[in-house]
Design a protein around this ligand. Structure first.
Ligand code: 8YV
Length: 318
């Protein structure tokens, strides 16, 4: 029987990955199907291809009784109901490590863009202001400043290494202190926010950290402090962030991720101290290709009965 492969969630599928999926089975896009087509296709779906923003919950598992695997074209899998996957003996794979460098580079790009107000400087040139209007206001140096990383995992460590090269002092918060890490540890997000000049979010999203960056944390970060988020929009209470920017509770922000993607609230836009990216962390040709290769390597391992390369922790390996 030919394989049925279903893309779930709105994300940009790499054409090379789509072509390789089509070589392995009949390929469907969930949100392009009518309700009746969707029910019919889901009833015979073997493989779901998902991404960081895809949602796949208990009723979705029920609608796909033949599902063997969910292969994620992303490191994040916060929209997937992992306990249901385990209960249904479904493989779930993701793409860790291959995107660490580009996501860490994006974090530093946002950090420099917002502290040095790169957008305002670019606009100044483009409107012909250089030499005509007063010079731009002086900006903020990151050298010697304290970077507080919330979530010192694979990506957080790459960010720390880069920030150390920019002469920043590093501290981190996570559930546990890491024995092999010499950076200063903080036992709570609030203590980290109080200590640091830049609060950088690099942890996976979970129900536990929904909106954990709120008025209290932003107030602790303070009027000289910057927030950088390359993790997930759900971690930050957006209304509180807009309030903090409106009232100079913090100095600025660099954001790659948002609560309702695609889309950025007006209240975050058109500010010289806020740098915005439309979820570009892993969006280079090289990294997306490496992610696609890992998706296919995992899928082929599943189809050949071999151990998967990068299972989501706790899920089926063979
Ligand atoms: C992209 C990401 O959103 O890997 C993740 O978790 O958020 C990003 O790499 C995306 O999943 C690529 O399709």
């Amino acid at each position: 029987m030919a394989l049925t492969i279903l893309k779930v969630g709105k994300f940009d599928m790499l054409p090379e990955l789509e072509a390789q999926l089509k070589e392995r089975g009949s390929y469907y896009v969930d949100n392009a199907l009518s309700e009746s087509e969707r029910a019919e296709v889901r009833a015979r779906t073997d493989i779901v291809v998902a991404s960081g923003g895809s949602q796949f919950k208990a009723p979705d598992f029920d609608s796909c009784p033949n599902l063997r695997a969910i292969v994620c074209f992303s490191v994040g899998y916060d929209g997937i109901d992992i306990p249901s996957a385990i209960a249904h003996n479904v493989f779930v794979t993701h793409t860790p490590n291959v995107l660490n460098d580009d996501v860490a580079n994006t974090a530093l790009m946002l950090l420099l863009n917002c502290t040095r107000e790169a957008k305002a400087a670019h606009d100044y040139i483009e409107r012909g202001a250089w030499g005509k209007e007063p010079a731009l206001p002086l900006t903020t140096s990151i050298g010697g400043k304290k970077l507080g990383i919330a979530g010192l995992g694979r990506i957080g460590k790459e960010i720390a290494a880069r920030a150390a090269a920019f002469k920043m002092e590093i501290g981190y918060y996570g559930r546990h202190q890491q024995a092999d890490v010499s950076y200063r540890y903080f036992g709570s997000l609030q203590e980290l926010a109080t200590w640091c000049d830049v609060l950088l979010l690099a942890m996976p999203a979970s129900p536990d950290n929904f909106h954990c960056v709120d008025r209290t944390i932003l107030t602790a970060l303070g009027p000289q402090g910057y927030l950088v988020n390359i993790a997930r929009g759900s971690i930050v209470n957006t209304a509180d962030l807009i309030w903090a920017l409106d009232h100079q509770i913090i100095a600025g922000a660099g954001l790659d991720v948002f609560e309702q993607e695609p889309g950025v609230p007006e209240g975050l836009q058109h500010r010289s101290n806020v740098s915005l990216l439309p979820h570009q962390g892993s969006a280079t040709k090289e990294t997306r290709q490496a992610m696609a290769n890992l998706v296919i390597a995992n899928l082929d391992a599943i189809l050949q009965g071999k151990e998967v390369l990068t299972p989501v922790p706790g899920t089926r390996k063979i």
